[in-house]
Design a protein around this ligand. Structure first.
Ligand SMILES: Cc1cc2nc3c(=O)[nH]c(=O)nc-3n(C[C@H](O)[C@H](O)[C@H](O)COP(=O)(O)OP(=O)(O)OC[C@H]3O[C@@H](n4cnc5c(N)ncnc54)[C@H](O)[C@@H]3O)c2cc1C
Ligand SMILES: *[C@@H]1O[C@H](CO)[C@@H](O)[C@H](O)[C@H]1NC(C)=O
Ligand SMILES: *[C@@H]1O[C@H](CO)[C@@H](O)[C@H](O)[C@H]1NC(C)=O
Ligand SMILES: *[C@@H]1O[C@H](CO)[C@@H](O)[C@H](O)[C@H]1NC(C)=O
Ligand SMILES: *[C@@H]1O[C@H](CO)[C@@H](O)[C@H](O)[C@H]1NC(C)=O
Ligand SMILES: *[C@@H]1O[C@H](CO)[C@@H](O)[C@H](O)[C@H]1NC(C)=O
Ligand SMILES: *[C@@H]1O[C@H](CO)[C@@H](O)[C@H](O)[C@H]1NC(C)=O
Ligand SMILES: *[C@@H]1O[C@H](CO)[C@@H](O)[C@H](O)[C@H]1NC(C)=O
Ligand SMILES: *[C@@H]1O[C@H](CO)[C@@H](O)[C@H](O)[C@H]1NC(C)=O
Length: 579
């Protein structure tokens, strides 16, 4: 009773700048209504409007005044990840913002031509899968208050950071979104000791602490300013502390330096049971293990994470491309398949995109790199292509020239459906034959192979059970991507067909990689054996036990996340696609 009164009487004052932990706001809040939550956070709960709303004259059946200036800005930047990532109600992939199962329930523009008036003239802007409200998280107390509100009212909560999710894990119809983007702490430590560990026991690292909202571009820039290298995604706007590091987090440097989950040293996390915890190798080890691969939006709200860093990493880049037809593309992929194992052993990481590759190597000299890539270089040269080998003094130079300068465009429906390809499949002839059959099929269907080569291969982790992501990561050489899309104005039948095609591809890939797994972040959301594919049965059982310990009331429930139950389907905008 005393706590309840206290919560109602004294609004939360965050002291985020002074300390990330707010010991002064205890557990035991009981916040029953949205208004009570709003007053406890000083009026910071906001209505979460769709990003494209300024173009529309009607919102959820009510007349609204369009705003031409704001609409033009949205149209002009519709495909820009850097523009979208600053909006609590914007997502990169439109399956996250629309209610996929109900084509009438969305507020999308025509992504093929954002000025197309067909999308918004005389149309009602509907909320879709965008959470109804959001609270910009400024400190742990905000999160505790939101969890209390969720527990008392039954309103679901989701964590929204950059909005890159492919599985709609950072959106949810009717939910309260905890928006973390503005948690912008960045701190360099030349001798970081995880809290509660002893420096003498070998726990002392060069490291960088990143607030929950820091994205890869900000992390790369800060690391460079401090003359060190941090691992993050091949995209400027993916968040480093959110879904990337909590699910696996692969980088082109991962073959030699490990995954994000291998390198993270500590999390500060607020769990749904109202605790404000440090999780690392020396305290709350169960939670630490779960956050190293169990997935975002599941075990709590991470306020910040701390990552091991390296000195500047000099490296050679191989940039090889030619213009292919279906025959030469398959021949080229034959070389990719044959060279997969030797290239992994030589330390290469990168991406194959159709008849081109951009690989980096932090181990080989220029000459050795050139020699190692000879077959691919010769094939491209003899088919009128280009071959560039280039030396960089650090990863950062490569990042600026190859990654930042070529940012992806977003704003379409983009369903991913990749599978990790084990070394055992790639380094034997039968396995390569089966994969060739698969590639033949997708090339004949007009798709182009996409292969992130960013699995830990040379990297060896300390033990067998340090992380909870699928163990398949550590025995795979490739992530072979397939994808599917539907048009912004497609019918439900068209959407169902797109998902059926994706499911068929997934089944084909699974048949070629028995016992393998998939990277949840880039996997088919409708994977039927998702627990086994994304974590492995053994890890899943342990993850579920940890989930039940910290979130006994199941306040965090994302689509096929740890702890998801069949009955949750009915509250999801993916319900029409459940298989
Ligand atoms: C263009 C593009 C490029 C990509 N490139 C790569 C790549 O190179 N390597 C790679 O490994 N992956 C890559 N991904 C996948 C990416 O890592 C995932 O989509 C990831 O989930 C994004 O996390 P986020 O926090 O940035 O996004 P969000 O969509 O905001 O969140 C994703 C998930 O994390 C949860 N979450 C976010 N913040 C927190 C927090 N503070 N605490 C708890 N949960 C949180 C959300 O609830 C949600 O479940 C890419 C994705 C896209 C769209
Ligand atoms: C929260 O309170 C503020 C200040 O009173 C108000 O402006 C805002 O509209 C409220 N939010 C909601 C969702 O009602
Ligand atoms: C219209 O949008 C612009 C740009 O976002 C904003 O500055 C302006 O205040 C808005 N106008 C109205 C009337 O809301
Ligand atoms: C791995 O570690 C976690 C966390 O400590 C534990 O719950 C799980 O049982 C372990 N799994 C195995 C196979 O040892
Ligand atoms: C950066 O670090 C490297 C290796 O740790 C060192 O050799 C170099 O002098 C440093 N550069 C600057 C500008 O501090
Ligand atoms: C593809 O290109 C190769 C050479 O570049 C050529 O020999 C072959 O005939 C072409 N095949 C098709 C199907 O166009
Ligand atoms: C690779 O090495 C060969 C043989 O030494 C040389 O002819 C060629 O120019 C090199 N290629 C590049 C792109 O550096
Ligand atoms: C969908 O939009 C496209 C333009 O992007 C248009 O050509 C097409 O006619 C629309 N389809 C329907 C069913 O309205
Ligand atoms: C998926 O596979 C089934 C069974 O092989 C087939 O009947 C169906 O046509 C396929 N669907 C698509 C969209 O490819």
């Amino acid at each position: 009773m005393a706590l309840l009164l206290l919560a109602a009487l004294s609004p939360i004052v965050c002291h985020a700048a002074a300390s990330p932990r707010d010991w002064d706001c205890g557990r035991g809040y009981s916040i029953q209504s949205l208004d009570a939550l709003n007053s406890s956070v000083n009026g910071r709960v906001q209505v979460n409007t769709p990003f494209s709303l300024p173009c529309f004259s009607s919102y959820e059946g009510q007349a609204v005044a369009p705003n031409a200036t704001a609409c033009q800005a949205v149209q002009k930047n519709y495909a820009s990840p850097t523009f979208r990532t600053e909006y609590p109600g914007a997502y990169m992939n439109s399956q996250d913002s629309m209610c996929a199962s109900d084509p009438a329930d969305q507020c999308e523009l025509d992504n093929t031509n954002p000025t197309d008036p067909l999308a918004y003239t005389g149309k009602d802007c509907k909320q879709g899968d965008i959470p109804s409200h959001y609270l910009e998280v400024t400190c742990a107390c905000d999160v505790k208050a939101a969890f209390s509100f969720s527990r008392s009212s039954g309103t679901p909560v989701v964590v929204k950071n950059s909005g890159h999710d492919y599985l709609s894990h950072s959106s949810q119809k009717g939910a309260l979104a905890l928006w973390t983007r503005n948690l912008q702490k960045l701190e360099y430590h030349d001798a970081f000791v995880p809290a509660g560990c002893s420096a003498g026991a070998g726990h002392k690292y060069a490291a960088i602490t990143t607030g929950a909202g820091v994205n890869c571009d900000q992390a790369y820039n800060f690391a460079n300013d401090n003359n060190v290298t941090i691992l993050c995604a091949y995209s400027e706007t993916v968040g480093i502390s959110g879904g990337w590091v909590q699910t696996a987090g692969h980088s082109v440097l991962s073959p030699v330096y490990g995954l994000g989950v291998d390198r993270v040293l500590e999390f500060h996390v607020v769990t749904p049971d109202g605790q404000d915890l440090i999780a690392n190798a020396c305290q709350n080890q169960d939670l630490f293990w779960a956050l190293r691969g169990g997935g975002g939006g599941t075990f709590g709200v991470v306020m910040q994470s701390t990552h091991l860093v390296e000195p500047p990493i000099p490296m050679v880049v191989a940039d090889i491309a030619f213009t292919s037809n279906s025959t030469t593309l398959l021949e080229w992929m034959g070389i990719m398949l044959e060279e997969a194992a030797p290239w992994a052993d030589a330390g290469w990481g990168g991406h194959i995109t159709g008849s081109s590759l951009i690989y980096v190597n932090p181990i080989l000299s220029m000459d050795a790199a050139n020699k190692s890539m000879e077959k691919a270089a010769d094939y491209a040269t003899s088919h009128g292509g280009s071959v560039v080998f280039k030396q960089f003094d650090s990863f950062y130079g490569f990042y600026e020239e190859y990654v930042a300068a070529n940012a992806v465009t977003v704003g379409s429906t983009h369903l991913a459906g990749s599978r990790l390809i084990p070394r055992s499949v790639l380094d034997n002839e039968d396995g390569r034959k089966a994969l060739t059959g698969f590639l033949e099929d997708i090339i004949a269907a007009g798709s182009s192979p996409y292969v992130p080569v960013s699995m830990p291969t040379i990297y060896k982790r300390d033990g067998q059970n340090t992380t909870s992501t699928t163990p398949a990561f550590y025995s795979s050489l490739w992530e072979l991507g397939v994808s599917s899309t539907w048009a912004w104005n497609s019918t439900l039948d068209q959407r169902l067909a797109a998902v059926e095609a994706l499911n068929n591809r997934t089944a084909q890939l699974e048949a070629v990689t028995p016992g393998g797994g998939a990277y949840m972040n880039e996997a088919n959301p409708f994977t039927s054996d998702w627990q086994e594919s994304w974590w492995g049965t053994e890890n899943y059982a342990s993850l579920l036990a940890i989930k039940n310990r910290y979130d006994p009331d199941r306040l965090l429930r994302c689509w096929r996340c740890v702890g998801w139950e069949e009955s949750d389907v009915q509250n999801s905008c993916f319900n029409a696609f459940n298989n």
